[in-house]
Design a protein around this ligand. Structure first.
Ligand code: NDP
Ligand code: 8X3
Length: 258
C-alpha cells in the first residue's frame, strides 16, 4: 500500500504556523484531515477555507495535547470513518523564554516539557497502535535544530527537542519489524508565531529573531513533510535538518539584509 490522495492525516498544532501550512499542503493534494489544537475558532476558519478551496473532508476539534485524558478521548471518540489514520504529524509545540537556566521560570519549563515531550508521547501512544495493527502508517515528528545543538538560554527547549530526536530514533527501532515509518523534520528559523509565544507576546522581540535575514516559511516545512510522507512504501526518510540559507547552525545566522 502507498500513501495517496484520500489518505488520512492527523495534524496536532494545526491552528498556526507549520501545522496550518501542512494542513493546506495535504488538503490541496486531496488528503483527508484531522486537525487538532487548543484554538478551535482558528481550526474552524481553516476548515471552512479548505472545504471551500479544495473540497477537503475535515474533522477538527479542540485538543490540549498536555491532557492525557483529553488526548485519549479525542482519539476514541473519532467517528468510524476517521479511525484509520495513515499519517501522524506530531507538530504541536512551543518554546517559552530564553533565560539562563538558573534564572528560568519553572512554569515555562513545565509547559515546554508537557507539550513538546509528554504531549507528543500521549498522542503517539493513542494513534500508533492502530497503525501497527494495520501494519501501515507514517509518523512525522517536528523536531528542531535545537534537537541537535544547544544554545544559550535554550536549555529546556533544546532538551525537549533532543528528547524528540531520541524518541524518534527509539520508535523507529521499535517499529522496524512493521511497515510503519518514523521520520523527524528538524527546522532552523521558521517565521511563525513561535517567537511571539516564546517571548510571551512581545512582538518587537519576536520580530528581531528574523531580522535582516530570510527565514524559512511554514510552507517550506510543509513541502518537506509532504515529501517525506509521500515516498514509496519501502522508503523511510529518517531525518531532515532544514535551515535557511543564512543559517549554518543553531547559533550562526548571517544577517546581511538591510
Ligand atoms: P506556532 O506557534 O505558529 O504554532 C504552534 C502550534 O502548536 C499552534 O497551532 C498551537 O495551537 C499548537 N500548540 C501549542 N501548545 C499546544 C497544546 N498544548 N496542545 C495542542 N496544540 C498546541 O509555531 P510553529 O508552527 O513554529 O511550531 C510548530 C512546531 O515547530 C513546534 O513543535 C516547534 O517547536 C517546531 N519548530 C519551530 C521552529 C520555528 O523556528 N518556528 C523551528 C523548529 C521547530 P494552539 O495554541 O491553538 O493550541
Ligand atoms: C526552533 C528553532 O533555533 O529557535 O526550534 O530553537 S530555534
Amino acid at each position: 500500500m502507498t500513501i495517496s490522495s484520500g489518505s488520512l492525516v492527523f495534524i496536532t498544532g494545526a491552528s498556526s504556523g507549520i501545522g496550518r501550512a501542512c494542513a493546506y499542503k495535504f488538503a490541496e493534494s486531496g488528503f483527508r484531515l484531522i486537525l487538532a489544537a487548543r484554538r478551535k475558532d482558528r481550526l474552524e476558519t481553516i476548515a471552512e477555507d479548505l472545504r471551500k478551496r479544495f473540497g477537503t473532508e475535515i474533522f477538527f476539534d479542540e485538543l490540549d495535547v498536555r491532557d492525557l485524558q483529553a488526548v485519549n478521548n479525542f482519539v476514541q471518540k473519532l467517528p468510524v470513518k476517521w479511525h484509520k489514520i495513515d499519517i501522524l504529524i506530531n507538530n504541536a509545540g512551543l518554546s517559552r523564554g530564553l533565560q539562563k537556566l538558573h534564572e528560568g521560570q519553572i512554569e515555562d519549563w513545565e509547559e515546554m516539557i508537557d507539550t513538546n515531550l509528554k504531549g507528543l508521547l500521549y498522542v503517539s501512544r493513542a494513534i500508533i497502535p492502530g497503525m501497527v495493527e494495520r501494519d501501515y502508517g507514517t509518523i512525522i515528528n517536528i523536531g528542531s535544530i535545537a534537537g541537535h545543538e544547544a544554545y544559550t538560554g535554550g536549555n529546556v527547549y533544546c532538551a525537549t527537542k533532543h528528547a524528540v530526536d531520541a524518541i524518534t530514533k527509539g520508535l523507529r527501532m521499535d517499529l522496524v519489524d512493521s511497515c510503519v515509518r518514523v521520520c523527524t523534520i528538524d527546522p532552523g528559523l521558521v517565521e511563525t508565531e513561535f517567537s511571539l509565544v516564546r517571548f510571551h507576546g512581545d512582538k518587537d522581540r519576536a520580530k528581531k529573531t528574523y531580522q535582516n535575514m530570510s527565514p524559512l516559511t511554514p510552507d517550506d516545512i510543509a513541502d518537506t513533510v509532504f515529501f517525506a510522507a509521500t515516498r514509496p512504501a519501502h522508503v523511510q526518510i529518517a531525518e531532515v535538518i532544514i535551515l535557511p540559507t543564512a543559517q549554518a547552525s543553531a547559533t550562526l545566522v548571517h544577517r546581511s539584509i538591510k
